[in-house]
Design a protein around this ligand. Sequence first.
Ligand SMILES: NC(=O)c1ccc[n+]([C@@H]2O[C@H](COP(=O)([O-])OP(=O)(O)OC[C@H]3O[C@@H](n4cnc5c(N)ncnc54)[C@H](O)[C@@H]3O)[C@@H](O)[C@H]2O)c1
Length: 306
Amino acid sequence: MRKTPKILITGGLGFIFSYVTEYFVNKGWAVVVLDNESSGSHPEIINGSFKYYKINVSSPEVIDLIIEENPEYIIHAAAISDVDFSIKYSYETMVDNILGNINIFEACKQIPNFKKLIYISTDEVYGECEHPKKETEIIFPKNPYSCSKATGSLMRLAYDNSFKELRDKTAETRFCNVFGHRQDRRKIMPAIKDSLNGEYSIPLHNKGKGYREYIYVKNIPPVIDLILEKGDRTYNVTLNDGYTVEEIIEIAEKVTGKKCSTHPSHREGMDSKYQMDGTRLKEELGWKPLYSFEEGLKEYLCQEKK
Ligand SMILES: NC(=O)c1ccc[n+]([C@@H]2O[C@H](COP(=O)([O-])OP(=O)(O)OC[C@H]3O[C@@H](n4cnc5c(N)ncnc54)[C@H](O)[C@@H]3O)[C@@H](O)[C@H]2O)c1
């Protein structure tokens, strides 16, 4: 009998899940990370406090590796996560993300100690949001990235329903836009921060009218912990702090007293609005965020350290 739970995190060196890796290490759990150190990864967090495999989750040997590790908990977050990249390299994105999803679900069928899997998805699976989307609404992904993520959302339902080894042992998160230190510089918040520091001109997609909801990254590890403990379905993760890019630039300028520079840019087929209903996570699981949007934004824009 193991004394401490073992959690395996795919993509555990990435922007968001490097925080989750550190959270479970600090909690005293045995942590295993699978990551291929592609874009967005932070190998500098590797310090011997968790077990690490440099591996692509789309490769078939990942199934045996996971079974051998025999974790109680799995968080599947590894994915090519950049929309522009996914439009330019759609084949690579589809193959890596979809095969990765298949391998993780297949592995879960055969892990002796398996207790729960959380599949990490995104608000983008809803496509254009003309109202705040609930978890029960149809998914309508409209770019290669969100389509590849939506395959995992569908697989979760299929595997949970079809295999007794997974039944009621899976959950899914759909985050709104997460921001914070360690985020890839191609994303909007780091672009704003670089621009405020005079280092960058922001490519303003579709006149800055794109509307997104935002959440600070340090809110995420406790959400994952809560869902591991109590969750068994899909949860939108949002506080409904929604802004257009134009507005978010204005807010950042106000918080810092500095100015951004921008230039016009066009993203083909971009959804103009992602907006989710976050009631389920709050009412069913009692989620309370650690940081408000304003607190997170101040910490991110005004402090250098993670
Ligand atoms: N950042 C957001 O705002 C946001 C919003 C909603 C959902 N998500 C989801 O959260 C997860 C993490 O996002 P992020 O922004 O931290 O991304 P990220 O790009 O910073 O991190 C992804 C990590 O996964 C690894 N990875 C990618 N493909 C892999 C593969 N085939 N095999 C092994 N490792 C691989 C990368 O090396 C990286 O360390 C993703 O699944 C993403 O779809 C992110």
